[in-house]
Design a protein around this ligand. Sequence first.
Ligand code: ZN
Length: 186
Amino acid sequence: MLIEELISAGRQLYERGLQTTRSGNISAREGNVFWITRSGTNLGRLVESQFVEVEVDDRAMIPSAASVETRVHRGIYNASCAHAIVHAHPPHAIATAEVAGEKGIKPIHNEAIVGLKWVPVIDTSVAGEDIGEAIDPIAAQLSRWPAVVIRGHGAFSIGGDIDEAVYRMVLLEEVCKIDCILKSFK
Ligand SMILES: [Zn+2]
């Protein structure tokens, strides 16, 4: 069931243009373990064998096939009340973060003011590289906020389940699309 929900979530993220065919990763927690996509998978075409089981306990080994951001997912589970996590590369959010910097991203429409409140922006720790981000800065923001954007990379969102994490990522991209539209009027 959990895996089916993750497969459906991956497809939605891909169809909405929040991923390329090789980017992003998603996971959901069940007790002391979480299920995460394998490294380099296409989120639009996930199958059951592309998920890896990982222990939430950060002393446990991480299987080598697991996503490059698995340590970040585990850090978030240990620092927050998340039961599911989405990491995506939403284009308007990446663009908006470049301009917003430390001010973060403030939604202007009601749905997102309620759903996101405010979205912090932090710098990537791995500029130009395809290795995992530093855990602590991301986990610290997600212990307070539902989503965070990493400049020059992408975004993470959390939820009580994978539907909520996907919703927040979609909402974040919508907020940033509106921001880009507004800037085009100036
Ligand atoms: Zn990424």
